[in-house]
Design a protein around this ligand. Structure first.
Ligand code: SF4
Ligand code: SF4
Length: 115
């Protein structure tokens, strides 16, 4: 399958995203399982205003990849969440139930919530 050209974007599309209660639990577990040195380094990065609190600027990737929310997994590959760099890849149809949103990551839930 063709993939998105994310390398080098430096978190361009990683802003505040919607999260569910279940996702918050998963992220909390992930954050607490990180070696404390890595967690602290990730916490203290100087991100642009509006960049997701978990975006790893130094490694140019998601800092919680295996626990990232559903919307991040779908981004670029589903209709309505097309990436402007390769909109032709956004072809999948979202037929599942609309999840109940607990809030917005980076706005309602910041680092303090997860530690
Ligand atoms: S989804 Fe698109 S905008 Fe986001 S990092 Fe990948 S290529 Fe860049
Ligand atoms: S959780 Fe990860 S993939 Fe989702 S917006 Fe934040 S850094 Fe990007």
């Amino acid at each position: 399958m063709e993939t998105l050209p994310c390398q080098g974007c430096r978190g361009l599309c990683c802003g505040p995203v919607a999260v569910t209660k279940q996702e918050l639990i998963k992220i909390k577990k992930k954050v607490n399982s990180m070696p404390s040195k890595i967690r602290e380094e990730l916490t203290n990065q100087k991100r642009y205003f509006g960049t997701c609190i978990f975006y790893d600027l130094e490694k140019d990737k998601c800092g919680i990849y295996s626990a990232r929310p559903e919307v991040c997994r779908k981004f670029g590959y589903y209709e309505k969440v097309a990436c402007f760099r390769k909109p032709e890849l956004a072809v999948k149809k979202d037929r599942g139930p609309i999840p109940e949103i607990a809030g917005i990551l980076s706005i309602d839930y910041k680092w303090d919530y997860f530690r």
